[in-house]
Design a protein around this ligand. Structure first.
Ligand SMILES: Nc1ncnc2c1ncn2[C@@H]1O[C@H](COP(=O)(O)OP(=O)(O)OP(=O)(O)O)[C@@H](O)[C@H]1O
Length: 259
């Protein structure tokens, strides 16, 4: 009991602790002994040129492509060897660079299914009643991601930006504690980017998030701290202002954005 309490307290301080996390693909070292600590409630940006290892880092954290060395703790618990669904069950969520939505269903249906825990294999065709708690949660999520006006529209009829907003809504279902956003601003118009900044800034403060984002106007406005990656390793951590003004970072990243 005392141990559980101690772990709980330790867990409350950090959403995520990575120690020496590596991932190889054959001879390629895609992630090289990454140490990273994200505090509970913290918002962290991950910057780096193409191929720096950002998405591989997310895959290691979620278990989609498990790490080949090192240790990952999620709110104090060692999740290094857990399957992705076990990490989801503990409150870890992610969005992908490519859409993972049911395109033939409405916005509200997608959110409803997410609230009912489809990802946990509890799919059900039961038609929702108006007072269904999951339907109410789905409506709240549609509101949180600025999609009230198109709640009944089919996903296939949404703009690209609205689909990305819906993905964020899906990630918000079922009490997330940490969300990993993989380039949420990719392909968005300037107006949609402003909407995205508002949505991310308005997320409840107890939800930690880590965001991979090439658009610095988005990334640096919504995060507390930034980690810059280079060649699969952590190059530097800092505040948004420190990172923006850092000559080394400018050399490897800001100067040649995708080089
Ligand atoms: N499944 C895989 N099999 C083989 N190599 C992979 C795999 N996933 C990633 N890599 C390699 O790992 C390295 C890091 O790729 P990663 O996608 O993590 O970079 P990134 O920083 O997310 O880049 P981008 O900004 O282009 O998304 C690259 O050299 C990539 O080719």
């Amino acid at each position: 009991m005392a141990e559980a309490l101690r772990l709980n307290r330790a867990g409350a301080a950090h959403a995520l602790v990575l120690e020496g996390v590596s991932r190889t693909f054959g001879a390629l070292v895609a992630l090289d002994k990454v140490d990273l600590t994200v505090g509970a409630g913290e918002r962290r940006g991950i910057l780096g040129a193409n191929g720096a290892g950002k998405t591989t880092l997310f895959n290691a954290i979620t278990g989609d492509f498990p790490s080949t060395a090192g240790r990952i703790r999620f709110f104090g618990e060692d999740v290094t060897k857990l399957a992705p669904f076990e990490r989801i069950r503990r409150g870890m969520r992610r969005t992908y660079q490519n859409s993972m939505l049911f395109r033939g269903l409405s916005v509200l249906d997608n959110l409803y299914l997410a609230c009912r825990g489809v990802s946990a294999g509890r799919f059900s065709f039961i038609r929702p009643r108006q007072d269904d708690a999951a339907l109410e949660s789905a409506r709240d999520l549609a509101h949180a991601v600025h999609l009230d006006g198109v709640a009944e529209s089919l996903v296939s009829d949404l703009s690209h930006g609205q689909q990305r907003q819906l993905e964020i809504g899906m990630a918000l279902s079922g009490a997330p504690r940490l969300i990993l956003f993989d380039e949420p601003a990719a392909g968005l118009s300037p107006a949609e980017r402003r909407d995205l900044v508002q949505i991310l800034s308005a997320l409840p403060r107890h939800i930690s998030f880590v965001i991979i984002e090439h658009d610095l106007d988005v990334a640096l406005r919504v995060v507390d701290r930034v980690t810059v990656m280079h060649n699969g390793a952590v190059f530097k951590h800092g505040t948004p202002a420190e990172i923006q003004d850092d000559p080394d970072v400018q050399r490897i990243y800001l100067g040649g954005k995708h080089g």
